[in-house]
Ligand binder design. Structure first.
Ligand code: TRP
Length: 476
């Protein structure tokens, strides 16, 4: 229950209506395109089993400790991310500059929101495609049977050439996100998760069971879980740590913001563990959902966005009830993407509400319009604006258009910096008593967590940053 007053100092501040509402919302934030598109693609690109096992270790030893750190900062502060960090800094007699951790997060969350909703728009496109296919040819037989393999192959490249369609779909996706964020924490954000996440789980399990019976399930298991230590190279480890952070929504103040709506009675160590467990399970199940289908169709499981938007539609063509499964699949992805984009929009919205003391609906709308504009520019960066490289002057990002620059800058730079600063702040700067009161841990587990936050997380994150900036340092 909310225990503090809102930005006007009089009305009670918003909060989750229960502990399970918080867990569902945080799982909704964590589970998204990262689990469904990025995890399987990264696993495929990085040699399967070695990546997967290292990824799980990263979640447990680096992701989970930072997740607990972020939520405890928010819960302690009971204010937007920047205010929450400042509050804890003040009580620890540390510099107010620490608030900058969250300020950076607000910027990153906005940047991720912009390109994330473009991908959300692609998902809408495929929902429309399969729905139209059902209207035309019914649900029995395979999907898209009136198209040749070449035509299906051309769908995704053609969409990427069509800046206008992508922009319209992006705007629709942003608008739907806004509808929930504008309604507030318990009235909107929580409602979305409470309805969409259970529906998501049912769809995911249903399609996975379908794939287990009709697809190449045992090949997929072998592919994902055969551990070959020789494949565990520097770049693979780097990809795994980066993916762990993206998937748990860390380093951009998102979990600080969600934590700030949590009541005092909640044990954050337990909820963080549940959230990390659910997020990792979904990533693994997504692999077990996608690879049997792809492998059974004899298609290459090469990674990248093409795995979902090119290879899968292809695979559905030859499967029984392929259209129906295709439609269910993309609706499921849409649900997961929506609860994540909601969390991304909430970070800058909560910050601006606190900062400018404006109403929620107006604030969220302004942010949504700005994100849609940046999204449209990203959509055109695949076609008309492909020659525009906004960060061309930085060697690391030189060849990248707006869409991929937003992705790279946030995942290679801003998110690791954000998470690094959070672990330093909690491990070294914040007063022990404040942290101990919030984290819900005791005894040996408490000491172990502290060790991870003080030593392992900062070292690992510094490593990722350095290697992310100087990729040449890693032998292949
Ligand atoms: N974790 C989400 C995913 O896996 C994406 C996401 C939502 C995110 N909110 C975030 C990533 C905040 C980083 C920060 O798709």
């Amino acid at each position: 229950m909310p225990i503090t007053t809102g930005s006007d100092g009089i009305t009670p501040r918003e909060g989750w209506s229960s502990r399970s509402a918080f867990v569902l919302a945080a799982v909704g934030a964590a589970v998204g395109l990262g689990n469904l598109v990025r995890f399987p693609a990264e696993a495929a690109n990085n040699g399967g089993g070695a990546f997967v096992l290292f990824y799980i270790a990263c979640i447990l030893l680096i992701g989970l400790p930072v997740l607990l750190s972020e939520t405890l900062i928010g819960r302690h502060g009971q204010a937007s991310a920047v205010e929450s960090v400042k509050r804890m800094a003040a009580e620890s007699r540390a510099s107010q500059w620490w608030g900058g951790i969250a300020g950076l997060g607000v910027v990153s969350a906005f940047m991720i929101l912009a390109f994330y909703c473009v991908i959300g728009g692609w998902v809408l496109y495929y929902i429309g495609l399969f729905a139209a296919d059902i209207a035309q040819s019914g649900v029995t037989g395979g999907a898209l049977t009136n198209m040749t393999a070449e035509e299906i192959k051309a769908l995704f490249p053609n969409l990427q050439q069509d800046g206008f369609t992508m922009s319209v779909l992006d705007v629709i996706f942003v608008a739907v996100t806004l509808m929930f964020v504008a309604r507030g924490v318990s009235g909107g954000i929580e409602k979305a998760s409470v309805w969409l996440m259970p529906a998501f789980f049912v769809l995911l399990l249903g399609i996975t069971v379908y794939g287990a019976f009709t697809g190449a399930f045992s090949e997929a298991i072998a592919y994902l879980f055969t551990f070959d230590a020789s494949k565990l190279t520097g770049p693979v480890m780097l990809a795994a740590v980066g993916q762990a952070f993206f998937s748990l929504s860390l380093g951009v103040a998102g979990m600080i913001t969600y934590g700030s709506y949590v009541g005092r009675d909640v044990n954050l160590a337990k909820t963080s563990t549940t959230i990390a467990f659910a997020d990792t399970s979904v990533a693994l199940i997504a692999g077990l959902c996608i690879f049997p289908i792809v492998l059974a169709a004899g298609l290459s499981s090469d990674g990248g966005l093409g795995l979902m938007f090119d290879t899968l539609p292809h695979a559905f063509q030859s499967m029984p009830f392929g259209t129906l499964i295709g439609l269910a699949f993309f609706i499921m992805v849409g649900f997961a993407a929506l609860t994540s984009s909601i969390s991304l929009m909430e970070v800058p919205t909560a910050w601006a509400i606190d900062k400018f003391r404006m109403g929620r609906a107006l604030t969220a709308t302004i942010i949504a319009v700005a994100a849609a504009l940046l999204g449209v520019v990203s959509a055109y960066s695949f076609n008309a604006l492909s020659g525009f490289h906004p960060l061309g002057f930085i060697p690391l990002f030189s060849g990248e258009g707006v869409f991929s620059a937003l992705d790279s800058v946030t995942s290679k730079l801003l998110m690791p910096i954000g998470a690094l600063l959070v672990s330093i702040f909690i491990g070294w700067i914040a007063e022990r008593r404040l942290v101990d009161n919030e984290n819900g841990l005791s005894g040996g587990l408490h000491r172990f967590w502290l060790f991870l936050v003080r030593w392992l997380c900062p070292l690992a994150l510094t490593g990722i940053l350095i290697v992310g900036i100087f990729p040449g340092l890693l032998p292949n």
